[in-house]
Write a protein that binds this ligand. Structure first.
Ligand code: C2E
Ligand code: CA
Ligand code: CA
Ligand code: CA
Length: 278
């Protein structure tokens, strides 16, 4: 009895402390930035290196401060994820993609739009509601959307993740495994999650052509993707030589600074229109 009274007092004390605790300045600034809509999408083109045509883009989040400075995710993503703010930030970015490139995607039904999710998104089906609510009545079709799950973070529950991925696929959304070969998942993720596309990490692309092992690894990934019926995209492509090697290895989709960095909406749309000749 004494123990439970002690526990109750402790519980009340902790709750009071939490509700009265002043928010730290950083937290405050972050919440304000969300309220003001400062988290925005940048768009990195994904190219078809066989035909030279645009395949679509990967959406990469940026924090655009009121003074115009643009901050990359490396500086805020860890805090966004651990604080849980990432969920609202992701919704914010998805809504902006719908508003900014909806028309472009409507006119180019073959374009794909890749969105990065973090491991926490695969813990409950809120993300399915977000996708259906945001893109359901938009000019971007579910069939044009790809959700990226990174191998860098462990998934807390593979069965739940598998179910969420299956629900995405049931409405036509595809799922890509990002950062393949660098993290936790490896073959287990490929086997259990029902992935549609694998993304070859920049780490392997960097030494492609200069290091025989990298060439063998990429070659093996291509074969694996082929045998499993998955698509494949190379990321972080920076040189003509890498493009050549990728072509030889049979990789047809690539993104990287050699084509374009992540671009603000206006520039991405201009580039897309220039490439499609109109
Ligand atoms: P990622 O998903 O692996 O994205 C690729 C990163 O490589 C991006 O960095 C991109 O700008 C950069 N990159 C692309 N091409 C090249 C290249 O040729 N050379 C080099 N050196 N870098 C290249 P960024 O935009 O700073 O994003 C870093 C990471 O932050 C992303 O890695 C992703 O894990 C995370 N991230 C970005 N946006 C989001 C988001 O909306 N949600 C979540 N959960 N994570 C995001
Ligand atoms: Ca990614
Ligand atoms: Ca990646
Ligand atoms: Ca990477």
């Amino acid at each position: 009895a004494i123990a439970s009274v002690g526990f109750a007092i402790l519980f009340v004390a902790v709750s009071v402390w939490f509700s009265w605790r002043p928010e730290s300045e950083a937290e405050d600034e972050f919440v304000q930035a969300i309220r003001r809509g400062e988290f925005i999408p940048y768009y990195q083109p994904v190219m078809d290196i066989e035909t030279g045509r645009l395949r679509g883009c990967e959406v990469l989040m940026r924090w655009q401060r009121p003074d115009g400075t643009v901050i990359s995710p490396g500086a805020f993503m860890t805090f966004a994820e651990t604080s849980g703010h990432i969920f609202e930030m992701t919704r914010q970015v998805m809504r902006k993609t719908r508003d900014e490139v909806g028309e472009l995607y409507f006119q180019n039904p073959e374009f794909k739009l890749s969105i990065n999710l973090f491991a926490g998104h695969f813990e409950d089906r809120q993300v399915i509601e977000d996708i259906t609510e945001i893109y359901g009545e938009s000019k971007i079709a579910f069939q044009q959307i790809v959700m990226e799950v990174t191998e860098r973070q462990p998934l807390s529950n593979m069965d739940t993740a598998r179910k969420i991925i299956a629900e995405m696929q049931a409405i036509g959304v595809r799922v890509a495994l990002d950062d393949v070969g660098t993290g936790h998942g490896g073959f287990a993720y490929l086997q259990k999650l029902g992935i549609d596309i694998i993304k070859i990490d920049k780490m392997f692309i960097d030494s492609l052509g200069t290091d025989d092992n990298s060439t063998t690894i990429v070659d093996t990934m291509v074969e694996l993707a082929d045998n499993l019926g998955m698509g494949i995209i190379a990321e972080g492509v920076e040189t003509m030589e890498q493009i050549e090697r990728l072509r030889e290895l049979g990789v047809s989709a690539a993104q990287g600074y050699i084509f374009a960095p992540p671009l603000p909406a206006k520039l991405f749309i201009e580039l897309a229109q220039a490439l499609s000749g109109g």
